[in-house]
Design a protein around this ligand. Structure first.
Ligand code: SF4
Length: 163
């Protein structure tokens, strides 16, 4: 059975920066959960950040730029938290490998887990197209990453993997 890496907050775990979760009740997601496919990770917590924690955004690029040292992750107060985000991404990849994972469902817009959008580093609520740090690392290692609003596409991908 294919296992699927998933942002822990999408399972309702209260690991977000503000101490909340963001549970998905999509029926396909619920079925995967009942089947025992889901491998939860919270890169920011695994990387060593507390709950709650100050919100952070990528400044100067996207997740891949952070991996390559061209951009940083900073809090609203300007604290550089890049090292935590890199460690969290590394831990998520380790979890994926340990569980034979080939696909992931991650929380959109997060500086770690964002898939198609991330906030732009100005803390103004504006976002730009692109991925977070963990999404970028997983993709570089051949793991297909989907956002929680693309679960139907993810289900099609899963069916292809299991064919
Ligand atoms: Fe959710 Fe990912 Fe943020 Fe953790 S790092 S709270 S899993 S979006």
């Amino acid at each position: 059975m294919e296992r699927i890496l998933v942002s822990a907050c999408l399972l309702g775990r209260p690991v977000r920066y503000d101490g909340t979760g963001k549970r998905s009740d999509h029926r396909v997601f619920e079925r995967w959960r009942a089947e025992g496919r889901l491998v939860p990770v919270c890169p920011e917590v695994h990387g060593g950040l507390p709950v709650p924690r100050p919100p952070a955004e990528i400044r100067g690029g996207l997740g891949g730029d952070v991996l390559d040292g061209r951009a940083r992750v900073v809090t609203r107060d300007g604290e550089d938290v890049t090292a935590y985000f890199l460690e969290g991404a590394r831990q998520a990849l380790e979890q994926a490998r340990a569980n034979g994972v080939r696909m992931a469902i991650l929380k959109e817009s997060s500086p770690s887990c964002g898939v198609a959008r991330v906030y732009d580093g100005t803390f103004s609520g504006a976002s730009v197209p692109g991925e977070g740090v963990t999404s970028a690392l997983l993709e570089r290692h051949g793991i297909a990453v989907f956002a929680e609003d693309s679960i139907d596409e993810a289900a099609t991908h899963l069916a292809d993997l299991e064919r």
